[in-house]
Write a protein that binds this ligand. Structure first.
Ligand code: NAD
Length: 349
């Protein structure tokens, strides 16, 4: 993969590639923008097929964090890190210590946190070598695992989309398909179930599907059947790029709102959804509850009540995006990107 001309590169401020042979660490830290403050975004550990795939992922995620932090009005820029490795096989304290040293070398330009494949325990190891970490369980203002708060923001976002589409935000009786029953997806299912939604659940991990089917007395959906399933809302809560030119024509849901990062395989996918009349909640708006939670720890003061109050504003932003999209006849992802870029520029000035 060439870097400068890659669409994902988008003039990143810094891309730092490091290896530590002793621990087996191979990591890429990407800082897209520090215009609003130090770049903050999670650490993903994933067994990428190639290093080009790892680079592409970290660049896309990092830019997404710039947009997410700007629209959440946080004093943070956008960055992200990946460790190329299998989280089930290759974790060790030494690996995370070595990663901590890489973060420390950047002198606070990048603040790390949890993401797919990493946990608060892993971050506790990272924190032995750098103080530029958030999402810890101990310390001056610990915010802990962000997933429950990400799920809370996603739940409120689904309600906002229901209101825009159907005139009522009540999830009861709505058929909502949650894809990915991990930390966020499972917590989201609980909230939707309590609100009376009729759940459909899907995961490549069969045990998680069976558990959820039993707990929520709901329908399981095979991974390959997600898009043709009869439902009102598709909530992607697994990995990214599930919405593409192959899946969108099969999609039966009229609303797409979920927590997964980078749901659109390309900007064009957002336009396809728009042209088919599907209401899409831009992922980095919907899933910003986690970073709003983690940002409180960075600020040095953590209070869950005020974090929830901030997250409760996500639907207002979403409704603004939905309204502008309808009035200007522009896809919601393009509206959100333009709003985020404008906020980043204001801070650059
Ligand atoms: P997780 O690793 O706990 O769960 C992911 C789940 O998705 C797992 O159960 C996995 O088996 C399943 N999965 C993977 N590929 C799948 C596929 N093709 N089909 C169906 N299921 C599949 O991750 P998480 O923390 O719950 O995060 C989920 C998504 O939300 C990720 O995209 C993450 O980047 C995003 N996100 C998470 C947070 C957070 O606070 N955890 C914040 C913002 C965004």
């Amino acid at each position: 993969m060439t870097v400068f001309n890659a669409p994902e590169f988008d003039s990143h401020e810094l891309v730092s590639i490091s290896e530590d042979k002793t621990s087996g660490l191979r990591t890429i830290i990407a800082v897209h923008s520090s215009a609003r403050g130090p770049a903050c975004g999670g650490l993903r550990m994933w067994p990428y097929a190639t290093e080009a795939e790892a680079l592409r992922d970290v660049l896309r995620l990092s830019r997404g964090m710039s947009y997410k932090n700007a629209l959440a009005d946080l004093p943070l820029g956008g960055g992200k890190a990946v460790i190329w490795g299998d989280p089930r096989l290759s974790k060790s304290p030494a690996l995370f210590h070595a990663f901590g040293r890489c973060v420390e070398r950047l002198g606070g330009l990048y603040i790390t946190a949890e993401d797919v494949g990493t946990t608060t325990e892993d971050l506790a190891q990272v924190a032995k070598y750098t103080r530029h970490v958030t999402g810890l369980r101990t310390g001056a203002a610990p915010s802990g695992d962000p997933s429950p708060l990400t799920a809370f923001g996603t739940f409120l976002s689904i309600k906002a989309a229901l209101k825009t589409r159907y005139g009522t935000d009540d999830p009861s009786g709505r058929r909502i398909l949650v894809q990915g029953l991990g930390n966020v997806g499972a917590a989201l299912c609980h909230q939707l179930h309590e609100a009376g939604a009729s759940l459909l659940v899907s995961d490549i991990n069969r045990e998680r599907v069976l558990y959820a089917m039993d707990l929520f007395k709901c329908q399981g959906v095979e991974a390959g059947e997600v898009f043709q399933s009869d439902c009102d809302v598709y909530a992607p809560c697994a990995l990214g790029a599930t919405l593409n030119e192959e899946t969108i024509p099969r999609l039966r849901a009229r609303i797409v709102v979920g927590a997964a990062n980078n749901q659109l395989a390309s900007e064009e996918a957002g336009r396809m959804l728009f042209e088919r009349g599907v209401l899409y909640g831009p992922d980095y708006v919907v899933n910003s509850g986690g970073i709003i939670n983690a940002a409180a720890e960075v600020s040095g003061f953590y209070d869950e009540r005020s974090v929830r109050t901030k997250i409760a504003r996500i639907p207002l932003l979403l409704e603004d995006i939905f309204n502008r999209s309808a009035t200007e006849r522009v896809p919601t992802n393009e509206i959100a990107d333009a709003m985020a870029r404008a906020r980043m520029r204001r801070n650059d000035a």
